[in-house]
Design a binder for this molecule. Structure first.
Ligand SMILES: Nc1ncnc2c1ncn2[C@@H]1O[C@H](COP(=O)(O)OP(=O)(O)OP(=O)(O)O)[C@@H](O)[C@H]1O
Length: 282
């Protein structure tokens, strides 16, 4: 796939549930390596749009293409192949409580069925390190983890097949400010290291500041705007005004660049140091 081919194309999509129209004529394109955030008020259809992109909902009209494959019209086998090319971090982590951290992360590898058994352990341990967890965490159950650790394990599972595309549903929801900051820094680093394309739903302004290239605003059944933070934050729409209240100045490009550089200066995102990453690489 060339760098000019969109990873995601939403073309003229209309979605309705029992006659209640959620989206009308949505258009959205996401290019390789972009980080796009979906924001909007409660009930504006962010989760539904995410579910459309995951092929979990089918639009009433229009098409959704991921890596050039129209989701609704893919043969089952093609759809499965496309699905292996994205990872999803669900809001609550969606870990299996009866499985250890190791087994949760290993699940997609085992489901794939074609990964040699002796490769599973080094791959899982590498991902564990990549998201800033310790080897001994592999034996823990989800109930023994902090909120931040749950997110990290879920992220490791979402990335275990090295997908080029990552979907995040409220990645920092439920985290305390410090864990949230560390997690956003981790996302920022992984995005840079792995060249990921990322689509996230978020209510968190700090996440936007740290990591997002463009913001799409869902309101009144439409994508009201989709562009850089500095542009979107100045829109006169009531939802946008309220969302960015007190933050508009921070969105100016120079301020944003300075802030992001300050995040890169320190390496306390809990991630694995570069030297260790090399040791773990296969
Ligand atoms: N499966 C469904 N059946 C019927 N209505 C649905 C279904 N899924 C979503 N809706 C409706 O679609 C609308 C958009 O819901 P959605 O969950 O996408 O909003 P949201 O922007 O993610 O909201 P929030 O920020 O509160 O999570 C809501 O009115 C919701 O009730």
């Amino acid at each position: 796939m060339s760098g000019d081919t969109p990873v995601i194309e939403v073309d003229n999509v209309t979605t309705a549930f029992h006659g209640h129209v959620v989206h009308r004529h949505l258009h959205l394109t996401v290019m390789p390596g972009e980080v796009l955030a979906l924001i909007g008020g409660s009930g504006s259809g962010k989760t539904t749009l995410l579910r459309l992109l995951l092929g979990l909902e089918v639009p009433q009209a229009g098409t959704v293409k991921i890596f050039g494959h129209p989701l609704g019209r893919c043969a089952q086998r093609d759809l499965e192949r496309v699905r292996y090319r994205w990872g999803v971090l669900f809001q609550n982590g969606a870990l299996f409580s009866a499985l250890s951290v190791f087994d949760n992360i290993a699940l997609p590898l085992r489901e794939l069925g074609s990964v040699p058994r002796d490769l599973i352990t080094p791959l899982v341990m590498l991902k564990l390190a990549q998201v800033g967890l310790q080897p001994e965490d592999a034996l823990k159950r989800p109930a023994e983890l902090s909120g931040g650790m749950v997110k990290r394990v879920s992220l490791a599972r979402a990335l275990i097949l090295d997908p080029p595309l990552l979907f995040l549903d409220e990645p920092t929801a439920g985290l305390d400010p410090d864990s949230s900051k560390q997690f956003v820094k981790l996302l920022r680093r992984l995005r840079q290291e792995l060249g990921l394309t990322v689509v996230m739903v978020t209510h968190d302004v700090d996440t936007l500041f740290a990591v997002v290239d463009r913001v799409a605003v869902l309101a009144d059944q439409h994508i009201l705007a989709c562009g850089p933070l500095a542009e979107v934050a100045r829109l006169p729409h009531p939802f946008v005004r309220n969302f960015f209240l007190g933050h508009v100045e921070r969105c100016a490009e120079d301020d944003l660049r300075r802030f992001r550089l300050s995040l890169d200066d320190t390496s306390d995102d809990g991630g694995v140091p570069a030297v260790l990453r090399e040791e773990h690489s296969l």
